[in-house]
Design a protein around this ligand. Sequence first.
Ligand code: ZN
Length: 410
Amino acid sequence: MNEFNILNKQNKARTGILSLKHGVVETPAFAPVATRATVKTMTNEDLLEMGSQILMCNTYHLFLKPTSDLIERYEGLRGFMNWKKPIMTDSGGFQAFSLGLGAELGASKFEYMTKEQEDSKHVKNKIAKVTEEGVHFQSVYNGDKHFFTPEKSIQIQKQLGADMIFAFDECSPPSADYEYTKQSMERTHRWLKKCVSEHKKLESDQLLFGIIQGGKYRDLREQSAKFVNEHCDAIGIGGSFGKREMNEVLDWIYPFINENGSEDKPRHLLGIGTIEDIFEGVKRGIDLFDCVGPQMIARTGYIYVGPDSEETKTDKNEEKTIGNKENKFRYRVSNARYDNDNRPLDPNCNCKMCKMYSRAYLHHLFDVNEYSAKRIATYHNLYFILNLMKEIRASINENTFEELYNTWMG
Ligand SMILES: [Zn+2]
């Protein structure tokens, strides 16, 4: 159980088989996000037929509702959701920090508090507070007070019963200075040790990922990579960063997660999942991704579309909608220009929605705000990403990943 075997490598990119308690994941893989034990607008059947190998569920939300105690009675998420394939849960730390902060300050989830905001009475009384022991926070649902510690996070994740779990960490904001980022990283390392001992104490057979932090600072990232590699059999890479920073961070940490026979530890890039990021991540040796992005943009009418291909090239008389790095491989079907466009959402996609519905029809559904609009768009976008992962795996196995990369990334 919990074995990772590398199949093929092309430079740093690699394919592998991750064998877990409840099934096998072919990597590189993308995990759709089932925050509250469901991928919004999708059913299990949808997810299985589009080839989802694994889902990412959210510890913070499920702990609060319907509670991890209740889910445990159903033999964990697997029984509760009736999802028979592997599941991973995050540690809950990110939401404990960010939802309190974001909700109270009306800030985006990555926003960093100013000193004045931190000191204001309103904030002091209400939002998440970090101490050496853990995070105090209030439920986004009813304001109840809770306290997450590293141990508690591991206990809750045991109740939720996922195959892969994550150590409790603080995702320091990108605007944090060196000193704060360093302190936060060192605390995250101390928390990691606590997570590892709690995991042992519970005799858990879940695969525990430590999380590399350290923000945009090279020496911190290197230290963190070394630390996590020493303490865990699986490597998570956390943080929030701009595109160039992400690539840089992955380049910095690579030697440290690849030394002394540790190259066969699975590597998960947390919360990352744009098409560009997936290509850049795979190129730098990442095995697993999760992101709400494809689902979230679908619900606002953005449709993924691939790069130019033979089929779209023959489509001479019609205006092309071609995906590229500049348009982030997507167009907005709710735009007026698609109101009479009878082409499928993506002419090169084999998903059932593309076979069945035109852009004009989906445009109309968004226009009149029908539930089915979100469902059709979500299905296509997730299928599109999962199919891309399949193509990426095939290309690495056939030693043509670089060609595929160039076709998409130019
Ligand atoms: Zn499609």
